[in-house]
Design a protein around this ligand. Structure first.
Ligand SMILES: Cc1cc2nc3c(=O)[nH]c(=O)nc-3n(C[C@H](O)[C@H](O)[C@H](O)COP(=O)(O)OP(=O)(O)OC[C@H]3O[C@@H](n4cnc5c(N)ncnc54)[C@H](O)[C@@H]3O)c2cc1C
Length: 390
């Protein structure tokens, strides 16, 4: 998602771009089914996709706006409720299937002038001050002024460039599935914090939700293997029946969760974006949104570098990108990590703190506003592509 968005943006700005992708994305699917992987897209990401020209195709295909969000705690009365109407906003964001995002971006790539090489992997990467030589696994060789690693958490580009990435596996896996809710979805996202991890219910069309249920790895495995009826009963209980009975629609899958951050994002002739640079807990649905902000910031740095007559791989240009994004990504990662620990811990003192925190957030307008700005992706210096177009 992040690499395709960046490739579109750079090609639209007359950079000469080649996109290398290991797996041909699937573009034909049964519209009755849903991708198990969805993203909660913030306003900043929506604008970036709008400014690129990919957003309308996503709306035409399937993207669900949500107007409200409820967050509550397992152990008490703490609860926050967000409402787009309070902010004079049409919605708090959209839930979009990842395959819908990828298809819209690849359709845009077709007419963008970018060269798309798929399926292909790197065999070797040789970086120097004047550019990079990429040896591909099909025997071809490419020369590039800049190589961008947008190849996800286990980035081969990062590894070939010798950039360390620090992190650790969380003691949680996320179970994802599509479920139907007896009481419909009322355009509302729900998140309940439980001892073993948060349960998120993200609204799709009509009465459907995409769930992200983070829990202990062995419990995630058990949940995926349970007979459907038992799974439905446990899930309905975990949601405190707020949406009536929840029933599974199709497959379940589990993903291990990690915290990970590259020690640096740039070298001469190389930059990392998206999950290749940072991986965060999905509890606030920020991962790909941070990646889109990376893409936007790198575009700004490269355009400004070109105006000064610098080569795209010049370290001064790339450092500007790193300075813009690393602090914000670190802060978001730490905040999500703190939330994860605060809400997973069983001590009664922390439970009290949680309840006071959520209760206070419900009452204290400035704190609420802060939460809302994060949901709307507004609380920071945005890259040009994420600003409203004039
Ligand atoms: C359960 C779960 C729920 C989530 N929910 C949300 C959410 O609601 N909102 C949100 O913002 N984020 C969410 N995230 C995080 C989000 O999915 C990631 O941040 C996002 O996928 C990162 O995008 P990316 O393009 O950087 O990397 P990826 O999506 O990992 O894409 C990497 C691409 O590189 C390709 N590739 C990999 N290796 C190579 C290679 N060697 N050569 C060539 N190509 C290669 C892959 O095929 C792939 O196309 C969630 C994550 C999980 C696990």
């Amino acid at each position: 998602m992040v690499g395709a968005a960046l490739a579109c943006a750079l090609a639209q700005r007359d950079f000469s771009v080649a996109l290398l992708e290991a797996r041909e994305p699937a573009f034909d699917w049964d519209p009755a089914g849903h991708d198990l992987r969805v993203s909660a897209i913030t306003r900043a990401s929506q604008r970036l996709l709008q400014n690129l020209g990919a957003w309308q195709a996503m709306l035409d295909e399937r993207a669900t706006p949500y107007q409200q969000m409820h967050v509550w705690d397992r152990a008490g009365f703490g609860e926050i409720h967000f409402d787009a109407a309070d902010l004079a906003e049409p919605d708090l964001g959209h839930i979009v299937e990842n395959r819908v995002i990828v298809r819209a971006l690849w359709e845009l790539l077709e007419g963008s002038g970018a060269q798309v090489l798929v399926p292909v992997r790197l065999a070797a990467l040789d970086l120097s001050d004047t550019g990079a030589v990429l040896a591909l696994d099909d025997g071809r060789t490419l020369n590039a002024g800049l190589v961008v690693g947008a190849d996800g958490a286990r980035s081969q580009v990062r590894e070939l460039a010798g950039i360390e990435s620090r992190g650790q596996a969380y003691d949680q896996h996320a179970v994802v599935a599509t479920v139907r809710a007896e009481l419909g979805n009322r355009s509302t996202a729900w998140q309940r914090f439980m001892r073993d991890g948060p349960l998120a219910l993200l609204p799709l069309e009509q009465d459907l939700f995409s769930i992200v249920w983070s829990t202990a790895p062995n419990e995630a495995e058990r949940l995926c293997a349970l007979p459907e009826d038992e799974f439905n009963t446990l899930l309905t209980g975990a949601s405190e029946s707020r949406l009536g009975r929840l029933s599974l629609q199709g497959a379940r899958a589990a993903f291990p969760l990690r915290l990970q951050h590259a020690e640096r994002y740039v070298l001469p002739g190389l930059a990392l974006v998206g999950d290749a640079a940072h991986v965060i807990h999905p509890l606030a649905g920020q991962g790909v949104n941070l990646g889109f902000l990376d893409a936007g910031a790198l575009v700004d740095a490269l355009v400004s570098g070109r105006e000064r007559g610098r080569a795209p791989g010049a370290l001064a240009t790339l450092r500007r990108y790193e300075r813009t994004r690393k602090g914000h990504n670190t802060a978001t990662q730490l905040a999500m990590d703190a939330f994860k620990h605060l809400f997973s811990n069983d001590s009664s003192a922390l439970s009290l703190a949680r309840n006071l925190g959520l209760g206070a957030a419900g009452r204290l307008t400035p704190l609420r506003r802060l939460f809302e700005r994060v949901a709307l992706g507004q609380g920071l210096e945005l890259p040009t592509l994420s600003r409203p177009s004039r």
